[in-house]
Design a protein around this ligand. Structure first.
Ligand SMILES: [Zn+2]
Length: 511
């Protein structure tokens, strides 16, 4: 059994923006956590390359669509390398393998008698690649998302019988586990309750798409094609890529993590298509919120778009990861505020975790001959041990329910409490009396052990910082042993050597 997690397949009209980075970082963190927990993970990402918008973007640049797609697709791959994203599959919907999966899938849906030819009339947004269903739309009507004039379309299209799946979709979306967060679930329940309408799955005026088999001049509607990327990704490295190969090697997905704007496609259209093809539906669709900047919506026209590459080069990937994963509740909208960003990184990572490690390691080296103290003969108190156990349990519970911000706060709480413990015990005062040596070794050991566990808990969230902490403790994390078991208390070896302390993170300055 594999754990299958997907980002959306990003549309190649532009390079990745902060929103795509955000989604991908969350998936990366969950994928890392699942691997550490011993699961076999298939982490899928990729690009959605077809459609009228891409055709027009390429034509404006005076290049062939494939050339444009290759260029943007490479930028995505480079970005995921820069951000250290541990994906397993990168799917491109312009690949031959994907095309054959779409073909096979379409034949199954047709066999279920779910395809018919009809006429599609209506106002269309090319930016959304979606018909806007308000019948009052006039030619001057604009897309509420893109603020661009809608285009009138009146053409012969193939339709998919979505209406046939009304009751099955109702059953599915009524399951509390299927759509998260629950506020979004209510929106979808409301939409479905109005009655599902069949939707067109082909276009006649779009050459940059996958040709519909046996239907001249028709290419597949970009969404019908793109959603199947999740399925084709699974079988892409097999010698016989097919629906059956994907089904036998991981499908269905455990979670599709997407932005809230494309929830309807993922939680209604997509499951109905899969049911029609006799395939299992994804187990969960999680719609996250949007990011704003200093309380304002980001947009090219506003000139306030935050360039993720600039953040990366200025602050490093771990600072950005911590802010996005810890400060934003997954599912809610999030705001990027520069002052808050600097404060959080300095408080949480530099002061609370970094300084704790630095000063404790220095004390231990000074008083115990550059080593972790030996206190095997005397156990004085286990308050920190009990607290650590509680936090580790909460962290696991929170990661399993995708409440990453709470998981991050669990490890931060452990660090805050360890600081309090150290300040209360004041080993620097106790050490002045030689009779206190056992007591002091016990305190220092407890604090170092707590830091070791904090470092391990950071591994899925901030892998680099985690590894720096491990190095400072003498490189004791064993990759070949269970990570979960190493979260147990008491693994740090007495009298092991502590390296010379180095700051693990630089403090940030205000702009
Ligand atoms: Zn639009």
């Amino acid at each position: 059994m594999s754990f299958v997690i997907t980002t959306p397949l990003y549309y190649v009209n532009d390079k990745p923006h902060l929103g795509s980075i955000y989604t991908t970082l969350i998936c990366d963190s969950i994928a890392r956590y699942k691997r550490l927990s011993g699961e076999k993970v298939i982490f899928i990402t990729g690009v959605d390359e077809h459609g009228l918008k891409i055709q027009r973007t390429a034509s404006n640049k005076n290049v062939k669509p494939q050339v444009h797609c290759d260029e943007i697709s490479n930028i995505f791959i480079q970005n995921w390398r820069d951000w250290d994203i541990t994906y397993n599959k990168f799917v491109r919907t312009s690949s031959k393998n994907h095309e054959s999966i779409v073909d096979e899938f379409y034949r199954r849906v047709k066999k279920s008698d779910d395809i018919y030819m009809g006429v599609q009339k209506g106002w269309y947004c090319v930016g959304c690649e979606e018909f806007k269903d308000n019948p009052e739309n006039s030619p001057t009507q604009k897309c509420p998302i893109h603020q661009k004039t809608l285009e009138w379309k009146n053409e012969e299209n193939l339709f998919f019988k979505l209406s046939k799946y009304q009751s099955q979709i109702e059953d599915l979306i009524n399951k509390p586990s299927f759509i998260q967060p629950k506020e979004r679930r209510n929106e979808i329940i409301n939409f479905v309750s109005k009655g599902l309408k069949d939707f067109s799955i082909s276009r006649t005026n779009v050459s940059w798409g996958i040709p519909v088999p046996d239907t001249k001049n028709h290419t597949f509607y970009v969404w019908f094609d793109a959603l199947l990327g999740y399925v084709s990704a699974i079988s892409q490295n097999f010698s016989n890529p097919s629906l059956e190969t994907s089904i036998n090697n991981g499908w269905p997905a455990d979670i599709h993590l997407i932005g809230k704007d494309i929830l309807r496609f993922h939680s209604v259209y997509w499951p109905a298509m899969l049911l029609s093809a006799g395939m299992k539906v994804p187990k969960k669709v999680f719609g996250h919120g949007f990011l704003t900047r200093e309380g304002q919506k980001m947009g090219k026209s506003l000139g306030n778009v935050l360039d993720p590459n600039l953040l990366l080069s200025k602050y490093g990937k771990e600072a950005v990861r911590w802010y996005l994963l810890k400060d934003i509740t997954l599912g809610n909208d999030g705001d990027f505020q520069n002052r808050r960003f600097v404060d959080i990184i300095n408080n949480d990572l530099a002061n609370t975790i970094g300084n704790l490690l630095n000063r404790t390691s220095s004390m231990s080296r000074k008083w115990f001959n550059n080593k972790v103290p030996n206190n095997e003969d005397l156990i004085i108190d286990n308050t920190l041990e009990l607290y650590s156990k509680e936090k580790v349990n909460n962290y696991i519970k929170h990661f399993n329910s995708y409440t990453l911000d709470l998981a991050a706060n669990d490890l931060l709480d452990l660090a805050i409490n360890t600081n309090l413990y150290l300040n209360e015990k004041q080993p620097w005062t106790l050490i002045k009396d030689k009779n206190n040596i056992s007591l002091v070794s016990n305190i220092i050991y407890n604090v170092l052990e707590s830091i070791r566990i904090i470092g391990l808990l950071l591994l899925p969230i901030l892998p680099d910082l985690s590894s720096k902490i491990d190095i400072q403790l003498g490189s004791i994390y064993d990759k070949n042993k269970s990570w979960i078991e190493q979260l147990n208390w008491g693994i740090l070896k007495h009298e092991s050597i502590l390296p010379i302390p180095n700051p693990i993170i630089e403090k940030l300055e205000y702009e």
